[in-house]
Write a protein that binds this ligand. Sequence first.
Ligand SMILES: *[C@@H]1O[C@H](CO)[C@@H](O)[C@H](O)[C@H]1NC(C)=O
Length: 322
Amino acid sequence: RPERMGGMITGNHTPWTHFILVGFADHPELRRVLFVVFLFCYLFTLTGNFLLILLTVADAALHTPMYFFLRNLSFLEISYTSVTLPKILATLLSEKEDISFLGCATQMYFLLFLGGTECYLLAAMAYDRYVAICHPLRYPLLMNRRVYTGLAAASWLTNLLVLMGHVAAIFTLPFCGSKEINHFFCDLPPVVKLACGDTHGTEIAILLVALFFVLLPFALILASYMRIITTILGMPSAEGRQKTFSTCSAHLLGVTLFYGAACAMYLKPKASHLPHGDKVFALLYSVVTPMLNPLIYSLRNKEVKEALRRLTQKVCSGTQGF
Ligand SMILES: *[C@@H]1O[C@H](CO)[C@@H](O)[C@H](O)[C@H]1NC(C)=O
């Protein structure tokens, strides 16, 4: 099979036109099962997030900044899984999946762009919770429509341009030797691993970008939550404390899941040998987090449950009318 000869092309300077995604090639017996599992995850993610978007648009009680951000996050999760999962499914079906150089760059760009935007959206949501809990009286003033739409727009726009340069820099690195990407999709670490020559400069650039797109928003989230927790602990009644905490517990859980997985993937050097661990972490933030998002934000949340009940009632009485 010609693909298996990837390593022997070394030294021949024909420009590369594609990479090969290997995925779970060493466990062929798992591929069918994983295909079904991931297909289910994909459908579940699409359904859950579409439903959340629909609810936050349709129900007037959910027309608040928090649900505006949540709707934006759901839209982001749908885009994010649609960048990765179709390729994961194709890789599982065909053992080894070709991906063109440009396709790989485009996929990586959207992954980083959407991932970075998610970090900033989560930070904007933390700020929203901070204002709501620590400055409740000034909340309508501080979180007006201009502010929250502006925060969301800024989250999308800063990432749009910066990461384009970043991905362009990675794909102009010299690639030689193996074309096989030991992963399901074109994620940053496994592609950089294939570059040859001195990649120290690039690795430093990657770290700087990670600091800006992951650690800076994380620091903002941490600062917000430190203030939130101080405020909550200072409340006189236990009931008040619990009620206030319940307005931010879902967000806190979402943040922990997302950042836990993202940090494990990006904030470690190239040299660490954890190929299977890498894949598991990548799956965690690319497949599981988007899937859990609607669950985290709706199951624990009375407002969303009530809105869902109202919507089903409306739909049911609507169909009875026919
Ligand atoms: C997300 O936020 C941007 C910027 O404010 C806005 O233009 C866009 O419509 C929002 N998307 C959704 C699905 O609400």
